[in-house]
Design a protein around this ligand. Sequence first.
Ligand code: TPP
Ligand code: SF4
Length: 282
Amino acid sequence: MSRRLITEAKNTWCPGCGNFAIQHMLKDVLAEMEEEGRSLDEVVLVTGIGCHGKMADYLNINSFYAIHGRTIPVATGIKLANPDLSVICCAGDGDAYAEGLTHLIFAAKRNMDITLIVHDNRVYGLTTGQYTPTSPLNFHGRSTPGGTLEKPFNPLELALVSGATYIARTYTRKLDHLRATLREAIDHRGFSFVDVLQICATYYNMTKPYNARAYEMEDHDPGDFDAACTKMREWDYSSDAAIALGTFYRTTAPTFDEEFGNGKQSDEERKEAIAALLDTRG
Ligand SMILES: Cc1ncc(C[n+]2csc(CCOP(=O)(O)OP(=O)(O)O)c2C)c(N)n1
Ligand code: SF4
């Protein structure tokens, strides 16, 4: 019998928060994988600290609550120790693009076979509304009442030049698109990165502008690096330009975890070592 994927934990997200959409679309993807015969015991969720981090409490799968900014190194360690696992990170934009930024760059550079889902609400939600690296120029937040003086950076471009082999953007008000993108990212072999434009209903509610400006790409070729770069530059996370959603870039390349394990241990030896480790922990 398939397991109940939403836990009994009391949900404390604000009404209207886009995290609900990510939680439920990820749940649907996991249920679909299970129906197809994949054991969910082989899936691990790693979260950062922030409103997004509560995914670890609310989804009933193996999970690890990392410290702020450290989802990716924890996920990397898990994947290197047991490459049979699918490792999914749910991180905030503060978590992945500020505190933990270099981890993103190096995971992309190494092409680590993990999936990074960034709940990009473009604000620090849990700590009540400070600006992040994707907040627009002149953002009036709790720590910047006079408006920010810094331009945001474009996380998609950063991931592209760093070596990510799967890069997509989706939006929490487009559920089918969100679900399909999460599935594609999890299925991709290599570092997959999804920037999810997530509504923060309380500190940065972008529903109207996103509804007006977000569109799904139709004739873009994700195998073309230069076209991906051009498409990513259409919107700089600050202007009022149209916002493309979809898979910007996808390619295949050797993954760090494959290379790391090569010739070191047979599958049997690795499984025995993991079983022995689990035994010693009672
Ligand atoms: C090392 C460290 N620095 C700062 C904090 C305080 N802190 C907790 S959550 C958070 C920001 C959360 O923002 P984001 O990652 O965007 O997640 P959201 O709450 O928006 O989902 C900060 C600064 C912390 N817990 N640890
Ligand atoms: S503060 Fe924003 S991100 Fe956090 S739960 Fe509320 S709506 Fe969601």
